[in-house]
Design a protein. Sequence first.
Length: 62
Amino acid sequence: MTLEACVGNDGQGKYRLEVFLGRKAQSRNDRNLDLTECIPKTATPDNFSVDTNTKTICLVLD
């Protein structure tokens, strides 16, 4: 899913937020359940990245 993220002190920076759903997140999303518990506890290059050139944030949920 693709969203818009506002970043910066006043939210002045607009970034494209790409969220990729893992198996657990997809299952919970299909049942309209909260995805909060699918957010990785620690950011790693495998589940979180920011590209300031293209203004893109990628997040992979569990």
